[in-house]
Ligand binder design. Structure first.
Ligand SMILES: [Zn+2]
Length: 431
């Protein structure tokens, strides 16, 4: 990824560094050749040469670029889960996914961790983004997901004779689990996404209390993945499924909806980050009827929303780590509305704005395994920065409107926002 040569100074705004520390009212952020050299009060900032590029934050907010920690670039605002299986070929899905990546960056998300993808599109999106062929967040890719037979993503009855080749490996037993992970080894993915539990969305197959994958299957996935340097996450709602995933050594938990005291202790003991992805539930409740979701499915989403919110607050208050990622890519929860997750956690769950922003920056970067490079505004880190017109601590919802984003900066380069130069298509494709 290209960086901007020279020195840049962003000033005249409140500086929120992403560590959870109080904001600095009149802050300065200085970076040189794409790397931060100073983040602190303007009054203590070093002298800078006359050639310094200066960005006026106009009494707004300067914060780290946001990290979407449960990103589905390849989910194309589907109207039902079946769309993932039968609607488009991979060629068109790839194009839609590249548009979603550009959109995420324009929304202030300079990095994203995948929560699962169709075919092996993520890895190639990452390559295209890293090589500046397309704009998008720095991507921590996953690949085809793993689900046991009869589980959440195995919805085709036998008579359809169509598989889930593009989305999931359907497994039966530990040997199948190992086989599926080994098939992913050479793809270049970082995250193996699995489905240990069911979901309110599919009450006919398996409701959200059902255990789908066995411990043996989860254990086989983790041992094989770790052996090959890959990390494992899973769709974990039901209490026993959460505990089995933790016992098996999962690196993160998606959702972590219904935890009990023992599960909380296990999460804290291994400091496993949890990504609740609540806005998907909220949107399912609010817009489900327009998309034909049955009332009992909507009721299930409401229960999941309430349970997930309660668990997230418990985990954070007990000293655990929460990532912000809203599971966007569904018709009722479309790409481009990512910051609604942050508003929801601040206004409905009980996180303070500083806590929410820490989860959406520092913790997100840690989940990606990039905590030493991005996620906070500190000297030595890459200049992935968001300059917002307005006070995000007074009203975090201003992040939802792209018109409020003055500059979305990645590696020191202004990639989007009202200050961004008009983009000309000019790329060199490698052989
Ligand atoms: Zn998801």
């Amino acid at each position: 990824m290209n960086t901007e040569p020279g020195i840049t100074c962003i000033e005249n705004g409140q500086l929120i560094d992403g560590t959870g520390a109080e904001a600095i009212a009149d802050g300065s952020l200085i970076f040189e050749n794409g790397v931060i050299t100073y983040a602190g009060p303007k009054s203590e900032a070093p002298e800078l040469p006359a050639t310094t590029r200066r960005i006026d934050a106009k009494n707004g907010s300067i914060l780290p670029g946001l990290v979407e920690a449960h990103f589905h670039a390849t989910y194309f605002n589907i109207r039902s889960l079946e769309d993932l299986d039968i609607k488009y070929p991979v060629e068109y899905v790839s194009m839609l996914a590249s548009v979603n990546c550009r959109l995420a960056l324009e929304c202030g998300y300079t990095a994203a961790r995948s929560g699962g993808c169709l075919f092996n599109v993520d890895v190639w999106l990452k390559k295209a983004i890293d090589n500046d062929l397309i704009p998008g967040p720095r991507l921590s890719p996953s690949g085809r997901e793993i689900c046991s037979a009869g589980g959440l993503m195995d919805w085709n009855p036998e008579f359809r004779k169509i598989g889930m080749e593009g989305l999931v490996f359907i497994i039966n037993g530990a040997e199948d689990a190992r086989k599926a992970v080994r098939a992913l080894v050479k793809d270049g993915i970082e995250w193996v996404k699995t489905y240990p539990t069911g979901d309110a969305a599919a009450p006919d197959v398996n409701d959200h209390h059902t255990l789908c994958m066995t411990f043996e299957e989860m254990d086989a996935v983790v041992k094989t993945a770790h052996n090959h340097g890959m990390k494992v996450t899973g769709h974990c709602r039901a209490t026993e499924g959460i505990k089995n995933a933790l016992r098996a050594g999962y690196d993160t938990l998606e959702h972590g909806t219904f935890i009990d005291d023992e599960a909380l202790e296990m999460i804290l003991a291994r400091d496993v980050p949890v990504i609740p992805a609540l806005y998907f539930e909220k949107a399912s409740v609010d817009h489900g009827p327009e998309f034909g979701l049955p009332q009992r499915v909507i009721d299930g989403h409401q229960e999941t929303l309430d349970g997930g919110a309660e668990s997230a607050l418990r985990i954070l208050r007990a000293g655990g780590r929460i990532g912000m990622g809203g599971d966007y890519g569904f018709g009722w929860n479309p790409h481009g509305t990512y910051a609604k997750e942050l508003t929801y956690f601040t206004k409905e769950v009980g996180f303070t704005p500083l806590e929410t922003l820490m989860c959406a920056t520092k913790t997100g970067a840690e989940i990606m395994g990039m905590g030493d490079q991005i996620g906070t505004l500190e000297a030595g880190k890459l200049a992935d920065v968001l300059v917002v017109d307005g006070d995000v601590l007074a009203d975090i919802a201003i992040l939802e409107d792209r018109k409020n984003l003055q500059a979305v900066i990645q590696g020191g380069v202004i990639k989007a926002g009202t200050m961004a130069p008009r983009q000309e298509t000019s790329v060199t494709v490698d052989g």
